[in-house]
Design a protein around this ligand. Sequence first.
Ligand SMILES: O=C(O)[C@@H](O)C(=O)CO
Ligand SMILES: [Mg+2]
Length: 260
Amino acid sequence: MPRFAANLTMMFNEVPFLDRFEAAAKAGFTAVEFLFPYDHPAEEVGKRLKAAGLTQALFNLPPGDWNAGEKGFAALPDRFADLQQSLKTALPYAQATGVKRVHLMAGIADRGDRRAVEAFYKSVANAAEFFAPHDLDVVIEPINPRNVPGYFLNDFNFAYDLISELKIPNLKLQFDIYHCQIIHGDVTMRLREMMPIIGHIQIASIPSRNEPDGEELNYPFLFGELDRLGYGGFVGCEYNPRGKTTDGLAWFKPYAGVKP
Ligand SMILES: O=C(O)[C@@H](O)C(=O)CO
Ligand SMILES: [Mg+2]
């Protein structure tokens, strides 16, 4: 049975960020993820997580000025210093939460530009090397061009080839099923092919990015497929609830309380 992690950036927005840990635990989640914790002290984030008895499944490294359109630095040749600083900024949050994987974002860059590709390879290797002694995986996530136009990493095959080529033990794929379906389709076959390098999975309905309870994909089948493939990691619920978060949790009832 999949182990679901509530995404506290998108879910439980009815309450302030730090109160979402308790709200998620009350709703039956045993794990959480979020994009960016950096507006809050690391100790406070860790305290709220532990007080709610939750496991931290994932969070993202600092992406730069998100509101100005920045989406990470990894593929930006002139931002390597910012990339290195972002690793240092994230480390205390990893230590306070005990998370085992962090998402390294690629940034807005052209994959046809050789310098961007070289920068990405260098950044990915550098981030993985930085976090390895801390027993942390680095995950990279292809993101569809409709949600983030111009995002460097917008192809699952490119990510798969890079990870397979580099063979860095703590470098893995963040397989967001929502993005995969929009970019390529053929989700089940891709899960089967890429399972050996998958470090984290995320879900949402397609095309709305709401609760995973209908529309284009048959999630109960996909959850069964994850079990058949022996996936033991987390499944992040990265969706925008249609209304109140708890009103949209009928899909989650059979899985509530599953221990990480
Ligand atoms: O899919 C997404 O959008 C996220 O997982 C993310 O990390 C960046 O927005
Ligand atoms: Mg995602």
